[in-house]
Design a protein around this ligand. Structure first.
Ligand SMILES: Cc1c2[nH]c(c1CCC(=O)O)Cc1[nH]c(c(CCC(=O)O)c1C)Cc1[nH]c(c(CCC(=O)O)c1C)Cc1[nH]c(c(CCC(=O)O)c1C)C2
Length: 347
């Protein structure tokens, strides 16, 4: 299937389509009973992410129910540090736990040279999802992804989520040489990882920068915009046309500078971003994506409809991909997602 016939790829490449294409962050996952069943079969989360048959199946599950225009590879941003040898486990109810890296010795213990071998099953998943889409959903495009260097570094230094990443942000100020070394390692690893996904069949690539909004403006430029721009330039040398989506969550007005300076063709808006402000301040040629509150989908009813319609109204006439402002949450009733899909399809 050519790019020309896939609405998501057209919108990501700058075309204003109406109704807009849509997909939803974390569209595969715990809110779906069929996911919970498969997850129970796989055992732990890392086993699921490294089992190509099961991970491909989980990736396709939401498309069967809702007909999204995009499938996002089922994996996690922390599979990159895992592939570089950092200890990682997912504790029930606690989220990811890593062996924290706080000094030069910790950083030197990583084994980036092993990354390619360890991601092999993830690349196999990408290839299987492409085959599955060709059979079941030929107009849907496959999105590959990675975390941005800063966001991944937050987890690598802190060892866990759930807070404000004080150790990571402090290291960025107190020892920028060490933090910069970690960021450079991640820039190189992310370029390799994303290009490998593209080679295996990913048709668009997204960088999740979930925590860059915690940074001061000067630190945001140094640790989010600059590394993202380095990744974009390196990918563009090999794949000049592959659509790239950046998601600098909680960036506020720095979203405009991120859009101008990183080189990504699409910026994703978080829940707090006013889509009218983004439409006025992000250059016209850049596609916008977002930004319905995931809690509106949990609630459903008139608020879901009104919120979705106001985003659609703000984005009309502009290259746009409808999505949420952050990931779907587990208590979301599956029928509310179906209602949302109907609202978007009407436009
Ligand atoms: C379903 C899932 C994922 N990760 C985690 C889970 C829950 C694990 C389970 O089933 O128990 C653990 C898992 N992994 C992570 C977390 C968040 C930890 C925290 O609170 O800091 C959890 C619970 C870290 C993570 N992981 C991700 C981000 C960036 C986006 C965001 O901000 O939400 C982040 C920050 C990306 C991610 N994560 C995932 C995907 C692919 C699926 C899809 O989108 O449909 C993607 C793109 C999948």
């Amino acid at each position: 299937m050519e790019n020309a016939s896939k609405p998501l790829l057209r919108a990501l490449s700058g075309e204003a389509l109406w109704p807009p294409p849509f997909w939803l962050m974390r569209q595969a996952g715990r809110y779906l009973p069929e996911y919970r069943e498969l997850r129970a079969q796989a055992g732990d989360f890392i086993s699921l992410c490294t089992n190509p048959a099961l991970a491909a199946e989980v990736t396709l599950q939401p498309l069967r129910r809702y007909g999204m225009d995009g499938a996002i590879l089922f994996s996690d941003i922390l599979m990159l540090p895992w592939a570089m040898g950092q200890g990682l486990r997912y504790a029930e109810g606690e989220g990811p736990l890593l062996d924290p890296i706080r000094d030069a010795e910790g950083l030197a213990a990583l084994r980036p040279q092993e990354m390619r071998a360890r991601i092999a099953p993830i690349l196999e998943t990408v290839a299987r999802v492409r085959e599955g889409l060709a059979q079941e959903a030929p107009k849907a495009a496959l999105i590959g992804f990675a975390g941005s260097p800063f966001t991944v570094a937050c987890y690598m230094v802190e060892g866990r989520g759930g807070g404000e990443f004080a150790h990571a942000r402090r290291m960025a100020h107190a020892d920028p040489a060490l933090f910069g070394k970690l960021i450079r390692l991640l820039v190189d690893g992310t370029v390799d990882y994303l290009l490998a996904q593209a080679e295996a069949g990913a048709e668009a690539l997204m960088l999740f920068d979930s925590w860059s909004g915690l940074l001061s403006p000067s630190q945001f430029r140094r640790w989010s915009i600059e590394p993202t721009n380095a990744i974009v330039r390196a990918i563009r040398k090999v794949r000049p046309d592959i659509p790239l989506i950046g998601f600098p969550r909680l960036a506020g007005p720095l979203l405009a500078e991120y859009a101008q300076r990183t080189g990504v063709g699409t910026v994703a808006m978080d829940t707090g971003m006013d889509p009218r402000w983004a439409a006025a301040n992000v250059p016209e040629g850049i596609t916008l994506q977002g930004n319905l509150d995931p809690q509106a989908v949990v609630a459903g009813g008139p608020s879901l409809e009104a919120e979705a319609r106001s985003i659609l109204a703000a984005m009309r006439g502009r290259p746009f991909v409808f999505n949420l402002g952050h990931g779907i949450v587990p208590p979301t009733p599956p029928e509310h997602v179906a209602a949302l899909a109907r609202i978007i399809r009407i436009g």
